[in-house]
Design a protein around this ligand. Structure first.
Ligand code: 4AD
Ligand code: MG
Length: 475
């Protein structure tokens, strides 16, 4: 079997060659003496035109075939008289592998809305847009490994089950076991007074799904120097937005001997590498998105590759927002003053209206950021700041969040206490600051948000195969 992508990219070079292709019917037109099938196999966004004449094997059976049916075609590659493609297939044999009833098939109609397909996660990848997003996602995953391996980072697999809340935001899913007692499944062992008895549970203490691999990857950074993790993370935030999922993939590099400025440079290089790789390897998908789904996408992607990202401190960002409000250029729902956590309306105004390019905001107020971020010596700020950074992108908002880490044992202990966090669960994390501590930094990239950025799609549920969100019927 040859893939549709292969046949189309070889084009006229293979004219006259025998070929076997297999895939699914995107469209079919039947006439009395001929049938025209557009065959797709997911290797490219394009379909391959197949011509079947009435004297060919399988012509009669093809009369029953409809959109979605699977076919195997044996034939010859010929020059196409049509203007949409260089070549097409003249079939000698067509075999229907699996029928697809148009009355029952939920995707029989064309132009189905993306949100209509959320409950059809098992079928929707067969559509042009969802299939194209899946190919872009695949290319971005490879581009991620290419980039980090290329700068000498080693890939580390961090655990999904954990006892520590990296972000301290309390947005963790609990993990429990279904214990078998006398063949019965009891949900959670309970004490006499009805409380959960962790001593009897699988891990003997509360276990959660990780919200970030960072704390674990920091341990490997303190031995391998330059590392990254790339895997699923979980957040039990009850957000019904187009940018949040309960289960998403995150890329988290961690670089030893690197400060916040090295971190920003790495984030910018990484994003540029991803975007230019997608433009080179998924040009057909990007063209279709630009034309039908996300006007202006190609310009935005060029802009990312070609511009030097804006880098401003949080304090400057607040000043810019306040000045814009004072000048009557903009009004926001949420109040702007030094000390607030920037809301997505503020972030998007900065990177879309003010700078029109990815914008890195750094040195945030200590009080709104996680305990592990390095305390700055920042006398000009109204209150203490930490070496945190967020990468904000047009249409997506926050794409990455990271920081230089607090490498000083005493300062870190103080910080945990200030945030009313227990020290005991972090004993191993504190050890890293006792034994050969080094300056180090890292960041987390929301992988689905990166796919949104590169496809121009508007909803995060369309760029992950099986989206998990509050109220979703799992399967
Ligand atoms: O900003 P966050 O919470 O940072 C961390 O977790 C750090 N520990 C990362 C690090 O320094 N190693 O999350 C990082 C990114 C965000 O910028 C966002 O793109 C994405 O993860 N993200 C989500 N994506 C989809 N759904 C959610 N619920 C997300 N929450 C965060
Ligand atoms: Mg963040």
């Amino acid at each position: 079997r040859t893939s549709v992508r292969h046949v189309l990219s070889a084009g006229l070079k293979w004219s006259g060659a025998p070929v076997t292709v297999a895939g699914w019917v995107r469209t079919i037109r039947k006439q009395t003496t001929m049938a025209f099938v557009e065959l797709v196999d997911g290797s490219t966004i394009k379909g391959l035109q197949v011509i079947v004449e009435e004297d060919k094997i399988g012509f009669a059976e093809l009369q029953a075939a409809a959109t979605g049916a699977s076919l195997k075609v044996v034939g010859t590659i010929v020059e196409s008289p049509g203007k949409n493609q260089a070549v097409e297939i003249k079939a000698t044999t067509v075999e229907i592998l699996g029928e697809c009833s148009p009355d029952e098939y939920p995707l029989a109609k064309s132009r189905i809305k993306l949100e209509t397909m959320w409950p059809l996660a098992h079928l929707r990848v067969r559509t042009k847009v969802v299939g194209a997003a899946a190919r872009v996602r695949n290319v971005l995953a490879m581009a991620t490994h290419e980039f980090f391996q290329g700068i000498g980072c080693q890939y580390v697999h961090t655990p999904l089950i954990t006892a520590s809340d990296c972000e301290g935001a309390g947005e963790m899913f609990r993990v429990t076991t279904l214990l078998k007692e006398d063949g019965l499944v009891s949900e959670i062992p309970a004490t006499d007074d009805g409380h959960v008895d962790y001593a009897q549970d699988f891990f003997s203490k509360p276990a959660m799904l990780t919200v970030s691999g960072q704390l674990n990857v920091e341990t490997y950074c303190a031995g391998l120097s330059s590392v990254y993790t790339f895997g699923p993370t979980f957040r039990a935030e009850n957000s019904h937005t187009s940018r949040h999922l309960a289960e998403f993939w995150m890329i988290e590099p961690e670089l030893a001997f690197a400060d916040i400025h090295d971190n920003m440079a790495c984030a910018e290089d990484y994003l540029k590498h991803c975007v230019s790789t997608v433009m080179a390897k998924c040009s057909e998908e990007i063209n279709v998105f630009d034309q039908y789904v996300a006007p202006g996408l190609i310009d935005r992607l060029y802009n990312i590759v070609e511009s030097d990202f804006t880098r401003i401190t949080y304090t400057e960002a607040i000043r810019v927002l306040e000045a814009a409000i004072a000048a009557g250029d903009v009004s926001f729902e949420k109040k702007v003053e030094w000390g607030i956590d920037l809301a997505s309306e503020h972030e998007r105004y900065l990177c879309e209206q003010v700078y029109n390019m990815p914008t890195i905001v750094y040195n945030y107020p200590k009080d709104i950021k996680a305990f592990y971020m390095r305390l700055n010596d920042d006398p000009e700020a109204p209150a203490p700041t930490v070496a945190a950074m967020d990468v904000l992108c047009p249409l997506v908002g926050e794409l990455m969040g990271g920081s230089q880490r607090e490498e000083r044992y005493d300062v870190l202990v103080e910080r945990l206490k200030e945030d009313n966090m227990p020290l005991e669960p972090y004993w191993w994390y504190l050890d890293l600051r006792k034994f050969g501590s080094v300056v180090h930094s890292g960041f987390g990239v929301g992988f689905e948000r990166l796919v949104l950025l590169c496809t121009g799609l508007g909803n995060i549920r369309d760029v992950i195969p099986f989206p998990r969100y509050p109220g979703e019927a799992l399967f």
